[in-house]
Design a protein around this ligand. Structure first.
Ligand SMILES: *Cc1c(COP(=O)(O)O)cnc(C)c1O
Length: 466
């Protein structure tokens, strides 16, 4: 399986090269040359099988020809053994026809663990095989950094630098990064917002000399292995509710559009998905793009109680656009360079139609998020985090296309990761799991830095030298 860039001007590469480089050299995002597909019989046979086995089947379809079945099976079984629930991503019924897909049973209690635990092992394998050492720099709006640090810490052939926006993430989120003592980990508190962190990361990659000198790599949600890993739970949850014999709908709390794009991938692979609702907080670029066909940054990034979605640029939207324009890389490159320059583009009619076939969008404000946390607790007994509440509010607003279609709402974080917001909304403090209590009293270690790419480059160079 070869991978091509959404901007059409980079050479096709293999799966591991696409994974290790993150962004393509023409500034685009890697996607497989063609979508692998499963027959309805193959999908039906996923029902009741262990999560790691389904993961190996889905990842195997993307890594075809580069990793042996045995390596893929080992990587998947190790990655998902770190989860505290036997089902890895269990479904919980909230009401007739409505389910929560709990994606937060990994080591840092967020759905980012699902992809990161797999990605770290893929890196380990690929780098070990090539005798190479890499530097991962990641920009986090909250959960990616902790999940990446936890997955990569102590691995001999990778260094990791996690940048987070100062004061914009919760204490529990921060501590998952800052209490780690492994020598291959550094954490930077950036004086700016998440989009500043993401822009710094982009310019690190655009400086070819720097990128080469430190052997730079990215594990942000643009990394295709993360998308592949996230496609897995769309399959496991849908087959548990009767797919492929009946379709399902999903509601996804959305920021960078990686998780939602993974659902699109699952549908392209043959899963019968009736509708996908992308639910955003008041940083609603992608909800607006899906509903009105204009992909346009808002004036400012709003700080919300669902900070992992405080994003004005939904990087993975470029992948959906690419599909929408019939995989025209030149058109996609033109559009996203124009977006980078002006902050707004119109989605062409053909792409709007392709997007509207599957997607709807809903933006949820702070008051509605809080009300949904309380209403969900009262009606179902489930205490949900603010990201999950955004999705539940989206599900209340936009149901399935057919009333009998089950709705699966993705629950992306454990409520104990956002105890202040949950307490304020519902008057209840979520019971902290061991993963939280064990880091609460440890000393923190991080370095403050200006929102300046040159400062970050100098810092990373020093780290690599040391
Ligand atoms: C990252 C994250 C999201 C958003 O996922 P995207 O793939 O960026 O759209 C939602 N909820 C939580 C808790 C997250 O950590």
């Amino acid at each position: 399986m070869k991978y091509v860039s959404t901007r059409g001007e980079a050479p096709a590469v293999g799966f591991l090269d696409a994974v290790l480089s993150g962004l393509a050299p023409d500034g685009g995002l890697y996607v497989p040359e063609t979508w692998p597909t499963f027959s309805p019989e193959q999908i039906a046979r996923m029902a009741g099988r262990p999560y790691a086995e389904v993961a190996a089947q889905v990842i195997g379809a993307f890594a075809d020809g580069e990793l042996s079945d045995e390596v893929i099976a080992d990587v998947c079984s190790e990655a998902y053994a770190t989860f505290s629930h036997d089902a890895v991503t269990p479904l919980r019924q909230l009401a007739p026809g409505r389910f929560l897909l709990e994606l937060f049973h990994g080591p840092t209690l967020a759905f980012k663990d699902v992809a990161m635990q797999l990605l770290a092992r893929l890196y380990d394998h690929a780098l070990g095989r090539a005798g190479r050492t890499m530097t991962i720099v990641c920009a986090t709006s909250g959960d990616t950094g902790g999940a990446a640090v936890e997955a990569f810490r102590g691995r001999g052939n990778v260094r990791i630098v996690a940048m987070f926006p100062d004061g914009r993430i919760s204490e529990v989120q921060r501590r998952f990064m800052t209490t780690v003592t492994d020598g291959n980990v550094r954490t930077l508190s950036v004086a700016g917002d998440f989009d500043d962190c993401q822009a710094i990361l982009k310019s690190l990659f655009q400086d070819g000399q720097f990128a080469q000198a430190v052997d730079l790599s990215a594990v942000n949600s643009i990394n295709f292995a993360r998308i592949a890993a996230q496609a897995v739970y769309y399959f496991t949850s849908a087959v548990a509710l009767g797919a492929p014999h009946r379709p399902v709908s999903f509601v996804i709390p959305t920021g960078n559009f990686g998780d939602a794009f993974a659902g699109y991938v699952a549908s392209r692979m043959g899963l019968p998905v009736e509708r996908m609702v992308v639910a955003t907080n008041s940083n609603d670029i992608v909800a607006r793009a899906v509903e009105d066909g204009r992909y346009a940054k808002g004036a400012v990034t709003h700080a919300t109680q669902s900070p992992a979605m405080d994003i004005q640029v939904s990087s993975n939207f470029e992948r959906l656009y690419f599909e929408g324009v019939g995989r025209d890389g030149i058109e996609t490159g033109r559009a996203f360079r124009a977006f980078a320059a002006s902050g707004a583009i119109d989605v062409p009619p053909k792409a709007r139609a392709e997007i509207a076939r599957l997607f709807r969008g809903a933006a949820v404000d702070e008051a509605e998020t809080s009300r949904t946390i309380l209403a969900t607790l009262n009606a179902t007994g489930a205490l949900v985090d603010p990201h999950t509440a955004v999705a539940l509010a989206g599900a209340n607003r936009i149901g399935p296309a057919q009333p009998t279609t089950p709705v699966i709402v993705l629950s992306t974080a454990h409520p104990a990761k956002f105890p202040e917001a949950v307490l304020a909304a519902a008057g209840v403090t979520p019971e902290p799991p061991a993963a939280v209590t064990s880091q609460a009293s440890l000393p923190e270690r991080f370095d403050p830095i200006a929102a300046d790419a040159e400062a970050v480059k100098a810092y990373v160079r020093e780290f690599v030298k040391a």
